[in-house]
Ligand binder design. Structure first.
Ligand code: C2E
Ligand code: CA
Ligand code: CA
Ligand code: CA
Length: 278
């Protein structure tokens, strides 16, 4: 039993204990993951619904540990955030994704853009806009070739600071996407003040588009609102022809999901893009 601040006893169940042991194990293993080259990126295409081309690719972090195996980012990112390691890891992701983008842009895909997920912790670093600009310059990439994917969580603690950072990134020409849109707490009045290029409609609304009238209404409302605010829309988690047909009919700009492609290694994604060209 453990005594907490209010003099009450908290008991750990065996299950809770196993969870915290695992979290500690992962935190320790994460400390060595970068230097041991255990991270790599997969890339998932975001398809234009107007001309069927790959408009953008999203970089998704993968961690392969010799004993623990493949650990999901949904499990290790929160641990890296709590321990502060997300800053170094996030910088590695940004550099690796931009380096890959440079290679693709100079080898047949000159208009491709790269989407990179940012943790709220990275977003709150005052040096972030400077870091991003410096890295783009390092690779000779134009700022609008990068899309930073943020979640509504970035604005929870300090909406004013979030607006200021977005303004700075926007002034530098970098695009921002609101990830998992519709699942967080941001208000519409806040959204209006954000310099957001694109709303990514969360996969939880896309999943049941076939048979849930409410989800159809929500998705259609998000698309119309984005259009009114001058933002693009990308639907996430598109798995079926039926979902795609509805999204197209409603004027969604882009779609991403297993229907088109799973996240792929760089050579696999390049082969996918070459097939699209023919
Ligand atoms: P996310 O940014 O919302 O990424 C979308 C997730 O949905 C990815 O899971 C992707 O593999 C999965 N997905 C794509 N298409 C489909 C589909 O058609 N159906 C279904 N069911 N799922 C699909 P993944 O790669 O496991 O990543 C999970 C989350 O981890 C991401 O969610 C993101 O929040 C976080 N993440 C991944 N890479 C990074 C990173 O480099 N930095 C940060 N901060 N977070 C990352
Ligand atoms: Ca994302
Ligand atoms: Ca998402
Ligand atoms: Ca998500």
């Amino acid at each position: 039993a453990k005594l907490d601040g209010r003099n009450t006893f908290k008991f750990f169940t065996p299950e809770m204990q196993a969870q915290s042991v695992r979290a500690l194990q992962l935190e320790n293993a994460l400390r060595r993951a970068l230097e041991r080259n255990q991270f790599h990126l997969h890339y998932q295409p975001q398809m234009s619904l107007t001309n069927g081309s790959v408009r953008s690719v999203e970089a998704l972090l993968r961690w392969q540990h010799p004993q623990l195996g493949a650990v999901s980012p949904a499990e290790f990112i929160p641990i890296a955030e709590d321990s502060g390691q997300i800053l170094q890891i996030g910088e590695w992701v940004l550099r690796t994704a931009l380096s890959q983008l440079k290679t693709w842009r100079t080898n047949g895909f000159p208009h491709l853009t790269m989407a990179v997920n940012l943790s709220a912790i990275q977003f709150r670093q005052p040096q972030l806009p400077e870091l991003v600009s410096r890295m783009l310059a390092e690779f000779g990439l134009p700022p609008d070739s990068l899309e930073l994917e943020l979640t509504e969580g970035v604005a929870v603690d300090d909406p004013h600071a979030a607006v200021a950072t977005m303004d700075q990134l926007h002034a530098r020409g970098v695009r921002m996407s609101m990830d998992d849109f519709g699942t967080g707490y941001s208000s519409l009045s806040q959204l209006k003040r954000f310099q957001i290029f694109k709303l990514k409609i969360d996969q939880s609304f896309v999943r049941d588009l076939g048979d849930d009238g409410n989800d159809r209404a929500i998705v259609s409302a998000i698309i119309r609102m984005a259009q009114a605010l001058g933002m693009r829309t990308t639907a996430e988690g598109v798995e079926t022809e039926g979902q795609l047909a509805y999204l197209r009919e409603q004027g969604c700009d882009e779609a991403q999901g297993y229907h088109f492609s799973m996240p792929l290694s760089a050579p696999e994604l390049e082969a996918f893009m070459r097939r699209q060209l023919h």
